[in-house]
Design a protein. Structure first.
Length: 344
């Protein structure tokens, strides 16, 4: 395994995934039909607003492409790790190649890319409905509400900055509450971890003097907070989805080796390796060192899992989300034992 590094592969896929999410959100904002959005808000037509925003599953095609890319990369990496399989006489009898066109691989790609895109799109629509309702309650005019969603054009770059699009419902509410805290000089604002600390001096001075912060400055503070919040969300999705796709592809490569018949299932041993720090789930610590044979699942927190992060057998999000554990595999080829590291 000297010709590739799992950490580098994982970091590269995570970065590409995060960039794809960011670009997808940017495209939605730049393509939004502002005049029509304002008209639809004024008419109370929420579904019309969603159409004018262009919010659909097709909007996240770039993200879907990165899921497929990570899965393929994981599969090809797994195939490389298994490598050339020697026969009883030591001669090479089989060279493993990853078949992304296998029905099981196609099913995984179809189900998991569809799941993520549907979740993200549904969440965005829910967030928009909630923000529009909040805007009406606060007495914001249709134009303000529209720009609150998609952000305002930076006169220097010509691109939109800020806006709620791309955030979860809770994140959008957090940034909306942050504006109220800044306007009222509520020091709770300083507890927000994603704030831009470059504005802290300004905020503290205003708290000390009681002098309100100018609207233009508040807008800059909120845009900075929204930018950081959106990046945090994109990075979180990327970290979870890219690593799980890599793991799934790697595991599929191992299963394909089993099905090829050149590696007996009894010769494959897989072990669960927990990260073992303060952030590791207790159930995952309890699974530390658990060994299974062939394609048998691990039992983690009472749920079967083929590999860390696997939800295909019913494991809930509390056992899979942002899991950093590693699957370690050993294949006994008789004359040699191949040790395969999992993505973590």
């Amino acid at each position: 395994m000297d010709d590739f590094n799992l950490s580098d592969i994982a970091e590269g896929q995570e970065r590409a995934f995060s960039e794809a999410f960011s670009e997808a959100i940017s495209n939605i904002k730049e393509g939004a039909r502002i005049k029509e959005i304002i008209e639809r808000i004024d008419a109370g037509d929420v579904e019309g607003v969603l159409l004018a925003l262009g919010l659909s599953e097709a909007s996240f095609g770039l993200v879907e492409g990165e899921i497929q890319s990570a899965y393929r990369k994981g599969g090809h990496t797994g195939a490389k790790q298994v490598g050339r399989i020697p026969g009883q006489d030591g001669a090479i009898t089989f060279v493993l190649s990853f078949n992304v066109g296998h029905p099981r691989a196609e099913q995984w790609l179809r189900e998991n890319s569809s799941r993520l895109i549907t979740e993200v799109t549904t969440d965005q629509k829910t967030m928009v409905r909630e923000r529009l309702s909040a805007g009406v309650s606060a007495g914001r005019n249709p134009r303000q509400s529209a720009l609150d969603l998609v952000g305002r054009v930076n006169r220097v770059t010509g691109r939109r900055e800020g806006g709620f699009i791309g955030m979860t419902s809770r994140q959008a509410e957090w940034t909306a509450n942050a504006r109220a805290e800044i306007e009222s000089l509520d020091e709770s604002y300083l507890d927000r971890q994603l704030r831009d600390r470059r504005f802290d001096r300004l905020f503290r001075r205003s708290v000390r003097t009681g002098e309100p912060i100018k609207k233009e400055q508040i807008d800059r503070m909120i845009v900075a907070l929204q930018r950081r919040t959106l990046k945090y969300r994109g990075d979180t999705i990327a970290r979870n989805e890219s690593i799980n796709a890599l793991r799934a592809g790697q595991h599929e490569a191992l299963v394909q080796a089993l099905e090829a018949g050149s590696v007996p299932e009894s010769d494959i041993s897989r072990a669960w390796d927990a990260t073992g720090d303060s952030r590791t789930r207790q159930t995952h610590m309890q699974a530390e060192g658990q060994r299974v044979v062939g394609n048998q699942p691990f039992m983690v927190g009472g749920y079967p899992m083929r590999y860390p992060g696997d939800s295909s057998m019913g494991a809930p999000a509390r056992e899979t989300l942002l899991c950093r554990c590693i699957e370690r595999t050993e294949i006994d080829f008789g004359a040699r034992v191949a040790r395969i590291e999992g993505f973590g």
